[in-house]
Design a protein around this ligand. Structure first.
Ligand code: PMP
Length: 405
């Protein structure tokens, strides 16, 4: 086999750094989420999933599943082409209309994932705006970083959520050059929220465009689930809102919503949009049902339950003396602070207690802040939470982590 040694060396480096990933093989059972069966070398076990980004359980919602059944029965499986070459169906068109309306914009554009939406859009903006400078929050997601790199724009990284640092960087640049500020609303590892209003104010002052990733907020915040910008009544001040259909909406795909001229330009120029088979109609149908449902009272009820479950779990962790990190959102990070112990904690919870939560280690988070990241939701009940806390406490002691508690 040619060059095999290079592949082996790369894997050795990853293993040595403790970054080698092992995927847990899950069999979910319709209607029984967050319970699942996990397959291991020595057999199968029933487990409870605590780290899914299907935050509201919409991946199991009957209305979503029924629309997907209907779509597959009437449209068939794949889309059969790129959007330009026979791959646009009624579901794609309707979903884009729905998403534009959700975010109060005149246009929206679907991509095959949120990752592609960020990468394709940001990389294209550099081609549309010669001399562009992109200001990027230090904790922006890899897909934004990649898109910004490929945009050819000059890049300035501002310290996470640090408005004064951003201002200093902007003041230093030529006022005539086009500018864009890229940031997120809910940051997924710490569960904190960006200062959206201050970022919009600064953007106005410097005539910069605003680009907001609401991947961990759409479906979950705002009156109709349009995200934190909706909750804070800032949607009209965000030029490009990017979201996913794969987390709270429970399906798959990504999108941007913006002024229709911006959408038209991205649609016409972004290779990550143009040169790829479009989303399956069945996915678009499921996403459409999910987005529509989460705009109604059903969505509001799920959002209230979701927030209540997050508050309850944080409270239970605190009462148990566990070092839950400050988070103002639905994301509940528990600080372990050591990569090996974090991995061992996760493994023991899984193998001995049937509790599945993935360890989050460097480089996803800074060294010394290794953690378990819990995403409680409407599908988790209090009994599951009490079992979880008891299991963590038992393993915490075994690993000699008492001091942190
Ligand atoms: N942005 C952020 C902040 C994310 O966390 C993720 C996925 N983890 C993405 C974008 C990509 O979204 P998707 O999973 O739909 O590709």
């Amino acid at each position: 086999m040619k060059h095999l040694k290079a592949f082996e060396d790369a894997l050795t480096d990853i293993r040595d750094e403790g970054r080698y990933r092992v995927f847990v093989d899950l069999q979910r059972h319709r209607g029984n989420f967050p319970k699942a069966t996990a397959k291991f070398e020595d057999g199968e076990r029933e487990i409870t999933v605590w780290c899914s980004n299907d935050y509201l359980g919409m991946g199991q919602d009957d209305d979503v599943l029924n629309s997907m059944h209907e779509a597959i029965d009437s449209f068939g499986a794949g889309s059969g082409g790129t959007r330009n070459i026979s791959g646009t169906t009624r579901y794609h068109v309707e979903l884009e209309r729905e998403l534009a309306d959700l975010h109060g914009k005149t246009g929206a554009l679907l991509f095959t994932s949120g990752y592609v939406a960020n990468d394709a859009t940001l990389s294209t903006l550099g081609k549309i705006l010669p001399g562009l400078i992109i200001y990027s929050d230090a904790l922006n997601h890899a897909s934004m970083i990649e898109g910004i790199r490929r945009s050819g724009a000059d890049r300035r990284i501002f310290r996470h959520n640090d408005i004064e640092h951003l201002r200093a960087l902007m003041e230093n640049d030529d006022p005539e050059r086009p500018k864009l500020i890229a940031f997120e609303s809910v940051y997924s590892m710490d569960g904190d929220v960006g200062p959206l209003k201050e970022l919009c104010d600064l953007a106005d002052e410097f005539n910069a465009l605003t680009y907001l990733d609401e991947v961990h907020a759409v479906g979950m915040y705002g009156e109709e689930g349009a995200g934190v910008a909706q909750r804070e009544q800032l949607m009209d001040r965000i030029d490009i809102i990017e979201g996913t259909l794969g987390k709270a909406y429970g399906v798959m795909g990504g999108y941007i919503a913006a002024h229709d001229t911006i959408i038209d330009a991205i649609r016409s120029m972004a290779s990550g949009f143009i040169f790829t088979t479009s989303t399956c109609p069945v996915m678009a149908a499921g996403a459409l049902a999910s987005v529509r449902k989460l705009r109604t009272d059903d969505g509001r009820a799920l959002r209230a339950d979701h927030q209540a479950k997050a508050v309850l779990l944080k409270e239970k962790f605190r009462q148990a003396g566990l070092p839950v990190m400050d988070s103002v959102t639905h994301i509940v990070p528990l600080l372990v602070g050591d990569p090996e112990k974090c991995k061992a904690l996760s493994d023991t919870l899984l193998f001995d207690f049937g509790i599945y939560v993935q360890p989050i280690n460097y480089p996803t988070v800074p060294r010394g802040t290794e953690r378990l990241r819990f995403t409680p939701g409407p599908v988790h009940d209090e009994v599951m939470m009490d079992e979880l806390v008891a299991a963590i406490l038992a393993v915490w002691k075994q690993l000699g982590l008492e001091e942190a508690a």
